[in-house]
Design a protein around this ligand. Structure first.
Ligand SMILES: Cc1cc2nc3c(=O)[nH]c(=O)nc-3n(C[C@H](O)[C@H](O)[C@H](O)COP(=O)(O)O)c2cc1C
Length: 235
């Protein structure tokens, strides 16, 4: 059994990486981990040359990566949420899987699990990844989301910046309750004079939110990994 973990997070030792690795480890299978930001996988250029061959003609690291993906019994793909969407690394990789879905559905039936990290809109990324991979004929065994560290916690000026993520995704700005305050209770205290996009004022109570400190989140990763193992063993 072979499982490949693919991370679209460019951050070193990121929460996305941690959850992908936890799922992969729980499968107990031979495995490999690839960080897309360490290699070159550009976007699809819609040349359609892959239509009859199921091979992408672009000359970058997707050439060997796609072989590993096709060779794996299951893949675990994770992405952080950037502007309400998957990271560009993740998006480019998934676009390139287009080459595997014509005439012959080459990745048909392949087991996949997805991981999406974010502050407010990670469920949109999870949904998008699921739909895109399902369109390629893959079977989504599990998809999990988790709250990560807002970059504004670590950038240095988040506490006084007028435009941090918690203001950008605030009720005042979006007209929706995206759950920032609830999700970051114990991590962030918005001060009374904070006015989104006018005056930033907050206190960061814990600088880093690590999924390793969240037993329920880690348990969900393990559950998905075990589910992949069971599915692979039953084939
Ligand atoms: C360019 C950029 C855009 C971002 N946009 C969003 C966003 O739209 N929604 C959100 O929930 N988080 C957003 N974030 C925050 C990241 O999703 C968050 O920091 C996440 O925990 C990163 O995961 P990682 O550390 O595993 O890479 C953004 C971060 C960056 C760098």
């Amino acid at each position: 059994m072979k499982v490949i973990g693919i991370s679209g997070s460019p951050t070193e030792d990121s929460n996305t990486d941690t959850l992908i690795k936890a799922i992969v480890d729980a499968t107990g299978a031979d495995n490999e981990f690839v960080k897309l930001s360490d290699i070159e996988v550009g976007p699809c250029i819609a040349c359609m040359k892959c239509v009859y061959t199921n091979e992408c003609v672009l000359n970058d690291d997707f050439k060997w990566l796609s072989k590993k993906v096709m060779d794996a019994d299951a893949i675990v793909i994770g992405s952080p949420t950037y502007y309400g969407a998957a990271s560009a690394f993740t998006k480019a990789f998934i676009e390139r899987l287009y080459s595997k879905r014509h005439v012959k559905l080459q990745a048909g039936g392949k087991l996949v699990a997805t991981v999406a990290l974010g502050i407010a809109a990670e469920s949109m990324v999870s949904e998008w990844m699921g739909n895109a991979l399902r369109a390629g004929g893959m079977e989504i065994v599990g998809s999990m989301t988790a709250k990560g560290t807002p970059c504004c916690f670590v950038c240095g000026v988040g506490e006084s910046c007028h435009y941090p993520v918690w203001n950008a995704y605030s009720k005042e700005m979006t007209g929706m309750d995206l759950g920032i305050e609830a999700a970051y209770e114990g991590y962030l205290e918005l001060l009374p004079d904070n006015k989104p996009y006018e005056h930033g004022s907050a206190k960061i109570l814990k600088e880093y939110r690590s999924v390793k400190d969240e037993p329920d989140v880690m348990a969900e990763a393990e559950r998905i990994g075990k589910l992949i193992r069971e599915k692979l063993q039953s084939v």
